[in-house]
Design a protein around this ligand. Structure first.
Ligand code: 13P
Ligand code: SF4
Length: 321
């Protein structure tokens, strides 16, 4: 198996070089995929990398909306998604037609879409956000009323951190809702010294039990900086690979072994090689949608650039207000 992987890795690296490609991987990808990527990160970091890369081809190891975001930002590059079926069920919980109708109900609301949404939905939105910058993006807006799609739980978390009136879409992440408050309570008894970090896609009953609420990139920085030796991690379990590799002396305890995103596991070394050989499947956003979607993504990136504090490791949890 190791020999087989070594052969695959060599072929991928050679072909990547010949094609002038960069491999970007999300923190939830399989360990074998994270280990060959040029960069591993959260949705915000990956979109920033995509926007800046000089490579001609981006092999996006993540889910469809992430590859679409790269295509929105880099229309002249070829964006490959090694398994075209790698979607995000939460992103699919809002479609542009329904959002357009909802906007008619709330004509004065500013429409904010979580980056976990299709390009068509981004095109209908005023600004985009990720889990790393959601509070900052929303606080920066003039409007008092926000129509937020599609994640009701991230939206709810933001509502506890800002004084905006949040109109929430009933979407959710099927992976993060598997994490139960009882999981955290049990693990806190088992590991009394451990810090608890959770993703803002978790339900409020889980969030309230955490020490920190962070994007996956924020969790990686937190794990590196904090002195605690044990950390209970409330997000998709793929991140444990990176946390363990970067912090070999610390112990990372998944809040729930059930928190697996099957879509994130669709990409493997074979599919990456095949994708680079065939230059397929390509993700390309039609120009008319791309231009409108880009305005929402650019506005988010601009807010991040304008705010020096974007370098902070995360935002404090409810009880730290
Ligand atoms: P991050 O941007 O925090 O990596 O989250 C992406 C995601 O899909 C979480 O489920
Ligand atoms: Fe989508 Fe949830 Fe998977 Fe993230 S973990 S990609 S939000 S389904």
């Amino acid at each position: 198996m190791e020999d087989r992987n070594a052969e695959l890795i060599e072929k991928i690296l050679n072909l990547k070089h010949r094609r002038n490609a960069v491999i970007l991987a999300h923190n939830y990808q399989l360990g074998e995929v994270q280990d060959i990527a040029n960069f591993v990160g959260d949705s915000l970091e990956l979109s920033q990398k995509a926007a800046k890369t000089e490579a001609e081809i981006i092999v996006f190891c993540g889910v469809h909306f992430m590859a679409e975001t790269a295509s929105i930002l880099c229309p002249d590059k070829t964006v490959l998604l090694p398994d075209i079926n790698a979607g995000c069920p939460m992103a699919n919980m809002v479609i542009a037609g329904k959002l357009k109708r909802k906007k008619l109900e709330f004509p004065s609301a500013t429409v904010v879409c979580y980056i976990n949404s299709s390009a068509e939905v981004k095109a209908e939105s005023d600004v985009c956000c990720t889990s790393a910058n959601a509070v900052k993006v929303i606080e920066s807006l003039d409007g008092k009323e926000i129509l937020f799609v599609p994640d009701q739980y991230l939206g709810h978390y933001i509502s506890t951190k800002t004084n905006k009136k949040m109109i929430l879409w009933p979407g959710f992440c099927p992976t993060h809702v598997r994490i139960q408050p009882q999981d955290i309570t049990r693990l806190k008894l088992e590991y009394p010294q451990a810090k608890v970090v959770v993703h803002p896609e978790c339900r409020p009953e889980v969030i309230v039990l955490a020490d920190e609420v962070l994007s996956t990139g924020g969790m990686c920085r937190f794990a590196h900086q904090i002195e605690a030796e044990e950390i209970i991690v409330g997000t998709e379990i793929g991140i444990i690979h990176r946390l363990g590799r970067e912090n070999p002396s610390k112990r990372f305890i998944p809040a729930s072994e059930q928190a697996v995103c099957p879509n994130m596991k669709l990409i493997n070394l074979e599919k990456i090689l095949w994708s680079l050989e065939e230059m397929s499947p390509e993700v390309k956003v039609p120009e008319e949608i791309r231009v409108r979607a880009k305005a929402a993504v650019d506005r988010m990136l601009e807010i991040g650039r304008a705010d020096e504090r974007s370098k902070q490791i995360g935002y404090p949890n409810y009880r730290c207000r």
